[in-house]
Write a protein that binds this ligand. Structure first.
Ligand code: NDP
Length: 477
């Protein structure tokens, strides 16, 4: 046994992760179901460091120093179970199997339990940053036992992205916590992308500007509060010209956004836990709507707009309004995502430090952004903060942008520009700050048709009104 860590599954992500490990001085056992991929890695990138290739799982496991660490990077789904089983059959108690693919967290919980019963450690780990991140430093979100992190942590922290010298990797929590947090990361990514797209659409309609001009606006935004990888790539995409037609690239791309499923999982879980992640949900549904060809065709042909043109008189003030509305909506989406993490921690028995999550998202991953520092600070000051928006820094930042946010959402509605994420984020803000909600009426309706009872603002107890009788009130307990 000569390798201190192994990677099986050498498609783009696994190969790059293996290269990253080798470049950091690790001796990396490498294996892939189809041996040709292993050979290609060695012939093209063998000079990156020390690799120990194997063409069988048994040899791969045998080449690992004990306690063994084997990282799986294969297509998520049934294949993962098969690979885990092959590895587990060759391994010994105390060895660690890491699934670094995009598994759904309930699968990770199930797999961890099954392997724990066999004396093996199973670590479901989120890895974000795409192929570039895998090679040069991703954000890594490992779950699993604290004991396994003692062996694994130094390796993963070593190859993760660093911000101010701090690794973008920490032990998230037990069993499925790492994959859960990666899932929410992706959900937030959906919301962030949709919000940026809505800001672009507003600028395009409001200013009548070209894609490239708007790209330049995003470029300036990238040096302020909004500084982030997604704003940076947006500026580049918008300023890119299609070689074939000479048109703005964004204008030749079919306007249907696809998804691989992590956004959907996040929304489904938000519903399961009863956490209103409206920003993520609107973003996910916006992608679904964009792909609803039949509905869009019918709608486009028949539905009147009865909207008025947006007349922008002060160009700079309008751009600033959109920027502030984008920032405020973004804070809402993150606030909701962190609520979901807190609710999940309570539900699934995880001890998740939300400030640390914001910290490991500062580099390597798709939602890396300057303002994550502020989120870390907010949770460091108050680990049990019930609402990120209510942290003084964010209350001030969002409050300052409120008039802009309201103008933008009202203007979009008047002009018939769809801004589902901007609008629902503002509605969430107004609902969560309201002293009293019309939920009182909903509960009264429930009591009327279903005798679901209600509580009163002025007295303890549970009550029901005899709606079909004399409408007197009965106390239930
Ligand atoms: P793919 O998801 O395309 O998976 C291909 C790899 O999986 C190949 O090595 C393939 O082996 C192997 N594989 C598939 N089925 C089996 C099986 N039944 N038994 C053994 N091996 C199998 O590769 P990616 O590199 O794109 O992604 C790997 C993982 O990383 C996925 O879980 C993905 O969701 C996740 N991920 C991807 C990101 C990205 O940006 N692409 C970002 C973050 C995570 P073979 O060569 O023999 O076909």
């Amino acid at each position: 046994a000569t390798a201190d860590v192994g990677v099986t599954g050498l498609a783009v992500m696994g190969a790059n992760l293996a290269r990253n490990l080798a470049r950091h001085g690790h001796t990396v056992a490498v294996h892939n179901r189809t041996y040709a991929r292993t050979e290609r890695l060695l012939s093209e990138h063998g000079s990156d460091g020390e690799f120990v290739p194997s063409d069988s799982v048994a040899d791969f496991v045998a080449s690992l120093e004990k306690p063994r660490v084997a990282i799986i990077m294969v297509k998520a789904g049934a294949g993962t179970d098969a690979v885990i089983e092959e590895l587990a059959a060759e391994m010994e108690p105390g060895d660690i199997i890491v699934d670094a693919g995009n598994a759904h967290f309930p699968d990770t919980i199930r797999r961890e339990k099954a392997l724990r019963e066999r004396g093996l450690h199973f670590v479901g780990s989120g890895v974000s940053g795409g192929e570039e991140g895998a090679l040069n430093g991703p954000s890594i979100m490992p779950g699993g036992s604290a004991e396994s992190y003692e062996r694994l942590g130094p390796i993963l922290e070593d190859i993760s992205a660093k911000v101010d010298g701090v690794p973008c990797c920490t032990h998230v929590g037990t069993d499925g916590a790492g994959h859960f947090v990666k899932m929410v990361h992706n959900g937030i990514e959906y919301a962030d992308m949709q919000l940026i797209a809505e800001a672009y659409d507003l600028l395009r309609h409001g200013l009548g500007a070209s894609a490239a001009e708007i790209g330049a606006i995003f470029e300036t935004w990238n040096s302020g509060d909004l500084e982030s990888y997604l704003i940076e790539i947006t500026a580049e995409v918008l300023q890119h010209t299609d070689a074939a037609t000479g048109k703005a690239f964004v204008d030749v791309v079919l306007d249907q956004a696809e998804q691989k499923g992590t956004g959907r999982w996040t929304v489904q879980n938000g519903l399961d836990l009863g956490v209103p992640i409206t920003g993520i949900a609107e973003a996910t549904f916006a992608r679904s709507l964009s792909g609803g060809v039949a509905q869009r065709e019918a709608g486009h042909q028949t539905l009147p707009a009865r909207a008025s043109e947006w007349t922008v008189t002060d160009r700079d003030a309008f751009i600033e309004d959109v920027r502030k509305a984008l920032y405020a909506s973004k804070v809402v989406a993150y606030s909701q995502g962190f609520d979901q993490i807190a609710a999940a921690a309570a539900e699934y028995g995880w001890d998740i430090d939300r400030g640390a999550m914001a910290r490991i998202w500062r580099g390597g991953c798709i939602i890396r952004a300057r303002f994550l520092d502020r989120i870390t600070e907010a949770y460091e000051t108050r680990p049990d903060l019930p609402l990120l928006l209510a942290d003084p820094y964010f209350t001030d930042a969002v409050g300052e942008g409120l008039p802009s946010w309201r103008r933008v959402v009202a203007g979009a509605a008047t002009s018939g520009i769809p801004t589902p994420a901007f609008s629902s984020s503002l509605a969430y803000y107004d609902a969560v700050r309201a002293e009293r909600l019309p939920a009182a009426l909903v509960q009264a309706q429930r009591d009327y048709f279903g005798a679901h009872t209600y509580k009163r603002v002025d007295r303890e107890g549970t009550f029901h009104t005899l709606w079909s009788g004399d409408r007197s009130e009965e106390q239930q307990d």
